[in-house]
Write a protein that binds this ligand. Sequence first.
Ligand SMILES: C[S@@+](CC[C@H](N)C(=O)[O-])C[C@H]1O[C@@H](n2cnc3c(N)ncnc32)[C@H](O)[C@@H]1O
Length: 424
Amino acid sequence: MSEALARLTIECLGRRGEGISRGERGLVFVPYALAGETVLAEIEGERGRLVEIESPSPDRIDPYCPHFSVCGGCAVQALAPEAYARWKQDLVSVALRRAGIDAEVAPLVDAHGEGRRRATFHIRADASGRPVVGFMQARAHAIVAIAACPLLAPALAKAIATVGALATALGAGAKPLDALVTATESGLDIDLRGHGPLDPRQRQSLVRIGRDRDLARLSNHGEIVLVQREPLLAMGRASVVPPPGTFLQATAAGEERLAAEVCAALSGAGRIADLFAGIGTFALRLAAEARVHAVDCDAAALAALAKATHFPEAKPVTVETRDLFRRPLAREELDRFDGVVLDPPRAGAELQARALAASAVPLVVAVSCSAQSFARDAAILCAGGYEIGMVVPIDQFRHAPHVEIVATLRRPARKLRATRKLLG
Ligand SMILES: C[S@@+](CC[C@H](N)C(=O)[O-])C[C@H]1O[C@@H](n2cnc3c(N)ncnc32)[C@H](O)[C@@H]1O
């Protein structure tokens, strides 16, 4: 056995989906190895490259995508569904335990539905300078050419060919080009990034391809090139036209499930603040029953939200563009709400959680895409007197290490009275 080659026993799967071995060599992370397996791996520092599986896990199954282990999109595809669901549930339980939170974690909710409705394709040049469309390799800058990805919703089936045609028309390849493609109810919406300004001939070519391929909308760095139909997304009774490139939940099923949890928890609340509201995934549904104040730093997303609020029987919705990392809603601003939705990006919302912890808001529904920042922020809220209910992990990134989380944090009536008294 060469010096770098080692026999390792894999103890567990880590939070990036890599097998973790803890032995004489210290911690070694081996991508694509599973818990309980004995493997041969080539070691470099803390990383092991899987060379051979000497004794496979009983939970090992054949991955169904030919690109698995080369393409960086999926980290865990060779694990049987039950073990996979336990791993994702454990990612949340472990993060909560480490933050000192004692909460029940529900079994993983599968929210893959029809598949991802949005993907960023990368376009890079091959050796002869021709554009190649695909995803990036794991831990590398090289591209993996992809003809089809089994995780994408059927509505994205033609996306790769369309992106290829657009890239060829732009002569792309010299500079890295990315294409964010979203399947909307009125067709594909594509935003190109990395090319820079278009000259008139390039613009004409893109318009022709967009028409031929029946795109709903095509933009370049957020600047509209072609609109054949407004790209529409239904959010409850509302219909939103998302600005190019704005945040969107990865699967329609994931969005429905998260929204159902949020709306159920806030049922009966009269005034709600939706913090990190985006295009109104929650605000627009909540507005069927309650007055909503939606806050986000993305002014274009909030403008789209505001435009979508005019559906029958909608309650008033106000929007506020604000950087909640620098200027979280203060205690005095929060206290007029019966409930708050908190759905920050991966970094979490530490300062906003601190302000909430000092507030008298009776109910916070916390949504998150990071178990670590969720646990940290939930610990801040619990230290401020909130009690955390069941934590629900929702899987809209099948085979990736991400997991969506939703949980309700309530101030018990007794503590609420005490906080109110304290605050005068
Ligand atoms: C996870 S997304 C959630 C959006 C929305 N709740 C949804 O489900 O579609 C996080 C949102 O936080 C917003 N955001 C990121 N950083 C922010 C900041 N510093 N202040 C306010 N909003 C921010 C983004 O614009 C994005 O809309």
